[in-house]
Design a protein around this ligand. Structure first.
Ligand SMILES: Cc1ncc(C[n+]2csc(CCOP(=O)(O)OP(=O)(O)O)c2C)c(N)n1
Length: 287
C-alpha cells in the first residue's frame, strides 16, 4: 500500500486565462453561495492549484461535512462525498485507507472542523494520513444563520453572542501544528493568487496538510458586525492585520504582535499513516 500516485515534483506554473469547466459539474450550478461569500474564490484557487499539479479528476476524492463550505464537493467533477456534520475527516480517512492512490481533499467550515468536528480534526492531524484539509474560516455558522464558531474573534456579534463574544478563539494553525499536522498554512479569500500557490504546496505535501483560509460571510458575520458592504468586508481581512510570512520576517517582534500571518507556517517530514500501516503489515506478516 503506497501513496505514490501523486505527482509531487511538478513546478508551479500559473495558467491564464483559466478554463474551470472541465472541473465543474455544470448540472449542479448555480451554486447556493450568497453574493460576496468567499467560498467560490477559495474553490477557484483550489481548482487552479489542482490544474497546476496536472491531477486528473478521477484521481481526486473530495470529502466534506455539512455547511455552506461543505457544499463544495457537489460542484466538482471528482469522486465526492458530502457526509455528516463534523465527520468529514472520518470519511476521508476511510477513503484514503481503502484507496491510498487517491488524492484526498477535505473542504470544511470552521464550525464543521473545529466545533462538532474538533475531536476528529486533532486526530486527523495526529495521524498524518496524506490528505489536504481546507478550513473555510468565516468565523461563523453560515448555513444555519450565524451562530458563533470556535474561531470567532472576541467581541464579535453572532446569534449566540448578541452583545459580543467573550470567548477567546481557536487559532486553527496553532491547533493543527500542535496536534501533529505536518504542513500548516494560512491564506485568505482576499489574497486569491497567493492562496492558489499556498494550496499548490499543501496538495503536494505528503501527510496531513491544513490550510486555514480567512473567508467572508457578508450575509451573517458581515451584517452582524457592521461591515458596510462586501468589498469593505473583504478589504478588512487585509486591513485588520494579516501580513505575509515574508513581511513578518522583516519586522521586529513588537510590530508583528496581534497580526495574523499568511503563508506556510509549518512544514515537517513524518511517516505518513498508510506507509506506516504498510510497514506494520510487512513486519507482522513476515514474522
Ligand atoms: C449533527 C448536526 N448538528 C447540527 C447541524 C446543523 N448545521 C448544519 S451546517 C452547521 C454549521 C456550519 O458552519 P460551518 O462549518 O462554519 O460552515 P459555513 O456554513 O459557515 O460554511 C450546522 C450547525 C447538522 N446538520 N448536523
Amino acid at each position: 500500500m503506497t501513496t505514490e500516485a501523486t505527482a509531487r515534483t511538478v513546478p508551479y506554473k500559473e495558467k491564464k486565462p483559466f478554463d474551470y469547466d472541465p472541473y465543474l459539474r455544470q448540472g449542479k450550478l448555480p451554486h447556493i453561495w450568497c453574493a460576496g461569500c468567499g467560498h467560490g474564490i477559495v474553490l477557484k484557487s483550489l481548482l487552479r492549484a489542482i490544474d497546476a499539479l496536472g491531477w486528473k479528476n478521477d484521481d481526486i476524492s473530495m470529502v466534506s461535512g455539512i455547511g455552506c463550505s461543505s457544499r463544495t464537493p457537489g460542484y466538482v467533477d471528482f469522486n465526492t462525498m458530502h457526509t455528516l456534520h463534523g465527520r468529514a475527516f472520518a470519511f476521508a480517512t476511510g477513503v484514503k485507507f481503502a484507496n491510498p492512490k487517491l488524492n484526498v481533499i477535505v473542504t470544511t467550515g470552521d464550525g464543521d472542523a473545529l466545533a462538532i468536528g474538533g475531536n476528529h480534526f486533532i486526530h486527523a492531524a495526529r495521524r498524518n494520513m496524506d490528505m489536504t484539509i481546507l478550513v473555510y474560516n468565516n468565523y461563523i455558522y453560515g448555513m444555519t444563520s450565524g451562530q458563533g464558531s470556535p474561531t470567532m474573534p472576541e467581541g464579535a456579534v453572532s446569534t449566540t453572542s448578541r452583545f459580543g463574544s467573550i470567548e477567546p478563539p481557536f487559532d486553527t494553525c496553532e491547533l493543527a501544528k500542535t496536534a501533529g499536522a505536518t504542513f500548516v498554512a494560512r491564506g485568505t479569500a482576499f489574497h486569491a493568487q497567493e492562496l492558489e500557490k499556498t494550496l499548490y504546496e499543501a496538495l503536494k505535501h505528503k501527510g496531513t496538510s491544513v490550510v486555514d483560509i480567512l473567508d467572508s460571510c457578508p450575509t451573517y458575520y458581515g451584517r452582524f458586525n457592521k461591515h458596510k458592504n462586501v468589498s469593505e468586508m473583504m478589504k478588512s481581512i487585509e486591513k485588520d492585520g494579516t501580513i505575509s510570512v515574508a513581511q513578518a520576517a522583516k519586522l521586529p517582534p513588537e510590530k508583528t504582535e496581534g497580526k495574523i500571518v499568511r503563508g506556510i507556517l509549518h512544514r515537517a517530514e513524518r511517516l505518513e499513516y498508510c506507509d506506516g500501516y504498510q510497514n506494520l503489515l510487512d513486519r507482522v506478516q513476515n514474522k
